[in-house]
Design a binder for this molecule. Structure first.
Ligand SMILES: [Fe+2]
Ligand SMILES: [Fe+2]
Length: 188
C-alpha cells in the first residue's frame, strides 16, 4: 500500500512530507485500482480456460470461451489506459479476485461434472462479474471526474461487456439450475 492520506493540518505543510492535494490522492487511488483490476483480469485469463473445461453444458463452455476472448480485450484496454496516463502498466495483486477464483476451483473439485456443478460454476463466475462491474463503474466515474475522458470511455466499454456477460450467465443459470433440480428429483 502507498502512504496513507496525509492529515492536512496547517503545520503539516512545513514538515518533510509534501502534502498531497485531494485530487492528487484521488489520482493515486485511481491508479491503484487500475493496477488491481489489471491483475484481476490477467488472473482470469488463467482461470477461465479451467472453468470452460469443467463446464458440462456446451452453452456454458462457449460462454466462458467467449468471455476469455473479451478478457484479453479488457487487458488491452487497461494497457491503453495506462498509456494515456503515461504510466507503466503494472499489476498489483487483487486478493479479492484470487479468493473468488479459489472458491470456484474448490467447487469444481468438490463435485462431479453435471448440471449441478455447472450451477456452481455460474455462481462463481457471476461473483467475478459483479466484482468487475463494480470495479469498472468506480474507475469510470473516477476517470470522468479526473478529466480523463478517453480512459473513462474505455472503462465504460469494458463495464458494459461485463454486464452483458453477467446477463448471459443469469439466463443460463435459469435453465441450468432447473435442469439440476429436475435431475435430483428423478433420482430421489
Ligand atoms: Fe473483464
Ligand atoms: Fe468479466
Amino acid at each position: 500500500m502507498k502512504a496513507k492520506t496525509e492529515k492536512s493540518t496547517p503545520s503539516a505543510s512545513h514538515g518533510k512530507k509534501s502534502v498531497k492535494s485531494s485530487k492528487e490522492s484521488l489520482e493515486d487511488i485511481f491508479e491503484d485500482l487500475l493496477k488491481d483490476i489489471y491483475w484481476a483480469e490477467k488472473h482470469l485469463t488463467k482461470a477461465l480456460p479451467k472453468m470452460a473445461k469443467a463446464a458440462f453444458s456446451d452453452e456454458l463452455r462457449e460462454a466462458f470461451e467467449t468471455h476469455l476472448e473479451q478478457t484479453h480485450r479488457h487487458i488491452g484496454r487497461l494497457e491503453e489506459c495506462f498509456e494515456l496516463l503515461e504510466k507503466k502498466a503494472v499489476a498489483k495483486k487483487c486478493e479479492a479476485m484470487e479468493g473468488l477464483i479459489k472458491e470456484g476451483e474448490e467447487s469444481i473439485e468438490d463435485h462431479d461434472a453435471g448440471h449441478a456443478r455447472d450451477a456452481g460454476l455460474i455462481a462463481s463466475a457471476q461473483k467475478v462479474e459483479h466484482y468487475e462491474i463494480s470495479a469498472y463503474g468506480t474507475l469510470r466515474t473516477m476517470a470522468t471526474v479526473l478529466g480523463k475522458a478517453q480512459c473513462a470511455q474505455l472503462l465504460e466499454e469494458t463495464k458494459d461487456e461485463e454486464a452483458e456477460t453477467d446477463a448471459k450467465l443469469t439466463e443460463l443459470a435459469q435453465r441450468i439450475n432447473q435442469q439440476a433440480a429436475e435431475f435430483v428429483g428423478e433420482e430421489a
